[in-house]
Design a protein around this ligand. Structure first.
Ligand SMILES: [Zn+2]
Length: 234
């Protein structure tokens, strides 16, 4: 395929990520600071081009490199592999997975887990994945998708990964579902985050925490996923 002979960052003929772009991504400028999600790259400029090439250009080979950047960022942020029991990802919709032939978040998560020496498991499934599409896209745009967790993750400390975070609602919803299924700690990470996400970190609808309540597994879901801060080990 002719596209694979171009760099995803600068389009020059050559490897899928040229040396110049590789160095540029290793020391990104303008990385948004967020306490909500650990991200390796700003979703802007060259990094954005690379991510779009990964997502829509079928450049799966980028997953290894992007995972390496995210692992470096997680470690710099204080993560130790002993802090996490299992790595998972926020799955894309079945429709998109079918269109692209792969789930980019899964590709990154599997490589992140391998590089950290941790197991990677499919734990999350989008609600309504097999139901009618009408209306769900709009709801997801507003509130993020809702997820079911399988199998149960009682007592587990989970690292959940997405490729690009824009509003943060997908990872928040995944975090919420994992905690309701018994996870005691959920850390959220993404390859890239939009600058707007970090700046407007409080613009999403907030829901009061009911942290003292037991959280039975239930099919009833809140209309808006509750935002829970990432718990960090002392
Ligand atoms: Zn390049």
């Amino acid at each position: 395929m002719i596209f694979e002979s171009q760099c995803a960052g600068c389009r020059r003929p050559g490897p899928v990520l040229c040396r110049t772009c590789r160095f540029a991504l290793a020391a990104p400028t303008g990385l948004p600071r967020s306490t909500d999600v650990v991200a390796a790259l700003p979703f802007a400029g060259r990094a954005r081009d690379v991510l779009l090439g990964f997502k829509y250009g079928n450049r799966r080979q980028l997953a290894h490199h992007l995972a390496g950047l995210l692992v470096n960022r997680l470690v710099a942020d204080g993560l130790r592999p002993t802090d996490v029991d299992v790595v998972t990802w926020a799955p894309t919709s079945r429709r998109r997975r079918h269109q692209r032939g792969f789930d980019q978040a899964e590709l990154v998560a599997r490589r992140v887990a391998a590089q950290l020496g941790l197991p990677c498991r499919r734990l999350l499934e989008r609600d309504g994945a097999s139901g009618p599409q009408t209306g769900r896209d709009r709801v997801e745009r507003l509130h993020g998708p809702t997820f079911r967790v399988h199998p149960r993750v009682s007592g587990a400390r989970v690292l959940v990964i997405d490729d690009v975070v824009t509003t943060g609602s997908t990872l928040r919803s995944a975090d919420h579902a994992l905690r309701r299924a018994g996870a005691i700690d959920v850390r959220r990470a993404a390859v890239a985050t939009t600058p707007a996400f970090a700046v407007s970190g409080t613009t999403w609808p907030s829901v009061e925490r009911t942290s003292s309540e037991p959280r039975p597994v239930t099919r009833r879901r809140p209309a808006v996923p509750a935002a829970r801060p990432v718990q960090r080990a002392a």
